[in-house]
Design a protein around this ligand. Structure first.
Ligand SMILES: [Zn+2]
Length: 406
């Protein structure tokens, strides 16, 4: 380890410890606790919370009220451990990702460059915010680096819990990392599109390295293309990346003929769908594209970039998904994981910027995981909806089936 690396790690840990002593302590003990926690075997959902309260910019859609809004909504509709006993559990103590974990996806120059950002933040403490990427824009505060490590770690610990539970149960809980900053736009060399570290990509590498789960299937149903995850595994045959996204939306990548390269050719599936696509489109895509892709790939674990900005009420894009669509996706992905990989499945929060539709959609996902009926009939106002562009959607589906021989 170089002197430079050591100084970054020790700086990070000491600062983080001052702010989050409980979480840091948990990072040491969590794995052994997980192994002994029988609740995690019988639970149907296990979730972790990393709200990044210090990573905030006023009037920015990716703001610090997102995760608390979800947590408050889950409490309100009684989908928390307080109301559900061992059916739904919150992972209280989780590890913080280390710079080494992050370096499995991101370049060291980027990770250590963030140390300089932190120092710059201290110098600019009166302002408190800097823009680190013009598109979006992506911002950083003095806590961004530490809180991004916490967010990534909250996902890694869920991978631990779910994998350990799957060794002794055919029905392990589904993991859900309620974390931010989101990750799927962050490219190996830097931040992008509100994202700092690629949480789902880091978890994929972790599942391979620590748990020996070689084949990872990543489903990204955020309305935007997960370009960062796409780039991290573009030439990798062992990580299948499947993204549905609105055609022409940010960041403009993820064309239908971008299918991976080298040994990874065919292990990337990008399906841009026309604006206005909604519940019918997503159900068809699930049955005709996602299921056969996963069946053929035969994953050891399924990870999900769960963005809820495809909801019809979301301000950042123009899909017409509903809370009912997200119930279907959660239920179907859970079933797919049960059929293909011992139920090993972890969701990672990505986008979703209307706090009410975001919260309702996550709650619907929880209901799907525990096998309760959907409440979408009461939550969704179908009067908002207009006809889906079914001709264009079906054209895209036929084309992707041809390209990928599905
Ligand atoms: Zn998004």
């Amino acid at each position: 380890m170089s002197k430079h690396q050591y100084s970054l790690i020790s700086l990070t840990r000491s600062r983080f410890f001052q702010k989050h002593p409980t979480s840091y302590r948990g990072s040491i003990s969590c794995l052994s606790e997980n192994l002994n926690n029988t609740n995690e075997v019988t639970a149907k959902v296990i979730y972790s919370i990393a709200p990044a309260v210090g990573h905030n910019k006023e009037a920015h859609p990716e703001c610090s009220s997102r995760v608390p809004a979800i947590v408050t909504a889950l409490e309100k509709v009684e989908l928390t451990p307080k109301f559900r006993g061992s059916e739904i559990i919150q992972l209280q103590n989780f590890r913080t990702a280390t710079p080494e974990d992050i370096a499995s996806v991101h370049s060291r120059s980027y990770i250590f460059g963030l140390e300089k950002v932190m120092q710059a933040m201290e110098r600019a403490s009166e302002q408190g915010i800097i823009h680190i990427d013009g598109s979006g824009p992506t911002y950083a505060t003095s806590t961004t680096f530490q809180e991004s490590l916490v967010a990534a770690g909250a996902g890694l610990s869920l991978v631990d819990s779910v994998v350990e539970a799957s060794k002794i149960s055919e029905n392990p809980p589904v993991g859900f990392a309620l974390i931010r900053p989101p990750g799927h736009h962050a490219v190996p060399k830097g931040p992008m599109g509100f994202c700092i570290f690629g949480n789902v990509a880091i978890a994929a590498r972790y599942a391979q390295r620590v748990h020996g789960l070689r084949r990872v299937f990543i489903i990204d149903f955020d309305v935007h293309h997960g370009n960062g995850t796409n780039d991290a595994f573009y030439d990798d045959p062992d990580v299948f990346f499947l993204s549905t996204h609105q055609d022409g939306s940010y960041p403009g990548t993820g064309k239908i003929d971008n299918i991976g390269c080298g040994n990874g050719e065919g292990a990337t599936l990008n399906l841009p769908l026309a604006g206005g696509s909604g519940d019918i489109a997503m159900r068809t895509v699930f049955d005709q594209v996602i299921v056969p892709s996963a069946q053929r790939f035969k994953p050891d674990i399924i990870l999900v970039s769960a963005g809820y900005d495809g909801h019809v009420l979301d301000p950042l894009a123009n899909f017409q998904l509903t809370t009912g669509t997200y119930y279907m996706l959660a239920s179907s992905i859970k079933q797919l994981a049960k059929e293909l990989c011992g139920g090993r499945c972890v969701f990672f929060l990505e986008g979703g910027y209307n706090l009410e539709s975001l919260s309702n959609s996550v709650a619907e996902s929880f209901r799907a995981f525990i096998g309760e009926p959907s409440m979408a009939g009461q939550l969704d106002n179908l009067g908002f909806l207009y006809d889906e562009p079914s001709f264009k959607v079906n054209q895209a589906i036929q084309r992707i089936k041809h390209i990928h021989s599905l």
